[in-house]
Design a binder for this molecule. Sequence first.
Ligand code: ATP
Length: 194
Amino acid sequence: MKVGLTGGIASGKSTVSKYLKELGALIIDADKIAHSLMKPEKKLWQRVVEEFGEKILLDNNTIDRKKLGEIIFNNSKAKARLDEITHPIIIAKIEEEMEQLSQENDILIVDVPLLIEADMIDLFDEIWLVYVDQNVQVQRLMDRDKIDYQKAISKINSQMPLEEKKRYADRIISNNGTEEELKAEVMRVWQKIS
Ligand code: ATP
């Protein structure tokens, strides 16, 4: 079974993946794939530098994700361009890893933050959404990234609302409580499918 796990920024996808791994699921992390494809001189790195120029590079030639993030944050054309370049290459790599990794009876979880936005629903048997109320999400994001309220809320508001993502989800994993409660929630979903 192939599961696409999604949510919003700091909603708890990585934490849920960690618990699912402990239960025996195979995990693919789309962010890790994206990072590795963006390493200096890789094809995706070249395409992104071609498009946005060497000003997005740090001294060691790695892409300055913060700078790139700032460029696309308030520029929807630039964001669309970046998505156009990156999504097909990242999706192809995810599909390749899914094929290599999973056998018929495995439960394969693919953690993809932008699963719905990048139109990847059809790759999976089920979509699971890690859901948090916005006030909890803001607080966790502020704590994790050491940013203020305004910055956190503007990052959250730049994404598709979690309420909207709910419409695409086959299962919802609620993460408003403690980590122990989240663990129990993950176990509940796991028992339903295994
Ligand atoms: P992103 O996509 O932004 O990387 P994510 O959805 O993978 O984030 P996590 O990294 O799992 O989210 O969680 C975000 C932060 O909230 C982390 O610091 C994590 O330790 C914390 N966290 C997650 N769930 C809980 C919880 N139930 N109680 C307290 N803290 C939590």
